[in-house]
Design a protein around this ligand. Structure first.
Ligand code: GLY
Length: 429
């Protein structure tokens, strides 16, 4: 079977790597892909832009593609699934109406209020003066979010009122995020421990994936600017079996039922970003309508089942008839970032040591790299994700750290403490 995969990052590399292991898969075309992803067996790059939905569906239909798998949120919010479905081509992901859960923070907040899904109190503003007045009433810490997609940069967790006012001015007066920041959501700060909970959904049924957790801050100790994620691991011990039950009962299932009730059923990966407080109560921080990056890299390393069979069941509405098997081992991924990430990426710096890292048992997923004269070079902010399995989270971290240390490129930066919270829990247990 021929698969068309959309995207070019570390998450898509992990998807291609896992799909290539399926006995049913004969070819994977990845658009636009990258040289690193195309180094996997069965994978070839196709030069079609993600916003050219007609060219993508023409390619899928002329190549007799069995299934299109969508990695990133932008094409989902732009309606690539609606387009493929109208053309009669199998695709996994939510239609544009359901993808609004990620495409509009104001939509997501109103949805949660309507369906009694736990989340922080919020207000939505388009007028800067009104937003500033609200900040003065509320005080800090407080969270300011651009309503639309802002490539992971539209959320400011303001610890002081000055930072909060600056964020509102940047979005509503200086238009830093253009249309995406023309509406802002201001919400109460939630304290606790963050976790990511991902489920595969077929419109009605949900298949929970193994738990995972990422580290969004750039620097050790969860300091420095917010990023798309500097590393991730699975399982996430903060999500105990009792908390997982609570998340499914009070958050994931009501979300899927609410979307169905609203006439916008959800198919695809539903990612719920959660804050778990000291009473083990989970609240939704954000929804994403796709797999997390870098959570996917450790998650798919632990998945023992055939990914294509799970995706096919989601498309066919039969997820209640399948189960996902997970390795008992833990997996952990360390992101190697370049340049001044997250403010600017790196380009053209030669990368060495990838095969050394793989020789010692790591899998190196390419996120922002390219190939020049047969060598890999940097081409982005998050360049690689070095991922490893281990008997527990500490062993997985040791293995991934060893792999990371084998790799070099100019101005490479990575966190040395990925997984520290899970390791602290191991010590406490
Ligand atoms: N790791 C966070 C995200 O994928 O949005």
């Amino acid at each position: 079977m021929h698969i068309l995969l959309l995207g070019n990052g570390g998450r898509e590399h992990a998807l291609a790597w896992k799909l290539a292991q399926s006995p049913q898969v004969t070819k994977i075309s990845v658009a636009p892909g990258s040289a690193g992803i195309a180094s996997e067996p069965l994978v070839e790059q196709v030069n079609i832009a993600l916003d050219n939905h007609s060219a993508l569906s023409d390619y899928a239909s002329s190549e007799n593609v069995h299934l299109c798998v969508v990695g990133p949120e932008v094409p989902l919010v732009a309606g690539v699934v609606d387009h493929f479905e109208q053309a009669g081509i199998r695709i996994i992901g939510p239609r544009a109406a359901a993808a609004q859960l990620e495409g509009s923070k104001a939509f997501a907040k109103a949805f949660m209020q309507r369906h009694n899904i736990p989340t922080s109190t919020h207000k939505t503003f388009t007028n800067a003066d009104e937003a500033h007045a609200y900040l003065d009433e509320q005080g800090a810490p407080i969270v300011i979010k651009a309503d639309g997609l802002a490539a992971g940069k539209g959320v400011v967790v303001a610890h002081t009122l000055n930072e909060a006012h600056a964020a509102v001015s940047a979005m509503l007066a200086d238009h830093t995020f253009g249309k995406a920041g023309a509406t802002v959501v201001i919400e109460d700060f939630l304290s606790g421990e963050e976790a990511s909970f991902i489920a595969l959904v077929d419109g009605t049924h949900c298949l929970p994936f193994a738990t995972s957790q990422d580290h969004k801050a750039r620097d050790d100790g969860d300091r420095g600017p917010n990023t798309g994620g500097m590393g991730a691991y699975s399982p996430a011990p903060v999500v105990t079996p009792a908390i997982e039950k609570h998340i499914m009962r009070d958050i994931v299932e009501p979300t899927v039922a609410g979307l169905q009730k609203d006439g916008t059923p959800f198919k695809g990966f539903l990612y719920v970003g959660l804050m778990i407080d000291s009473n083990d109560k989970a609240s939704v921080v954000e929804y994403n309508v796709r797999l997390g990056d870098p959570e996917t890299q450790p998650l798919l390393m632990r998945l023992d089942s055939d990914l294509l069979s799970l995706l096919d069941a989601a498309v066919d509405g039969t997820l209640n008839q399948v189960q996902a098997q997970w390795k008992k081992e833990s997996a952990l991924g360390v992101v190697l970032a370049g340049g001044d990430y997250p403010s600017a990426g790196s380009k053209g710096e030669t990368i060495s040591g990838i095969s050394d890292a793989e020789d010692i048992g790591c899998k190196v997923f390419h996120a922002g790299s390219d190939k020049e004269n047969d060598s890999f070079v940097t081409n982005g902010g998050r360049v690689l994700c070095v991922t490893a399995l281990g008997s527990d989270i500490k062993a997985a971290k040791q293995a991934a750290d060893k792999g990371a240390a084998a790799i070099t490129f100019a101005r490479m930066h990575y966190r040395r403490d990925i997984g520290y919270r899970a390791i602290d829990r191991l010590v406490e247990a």
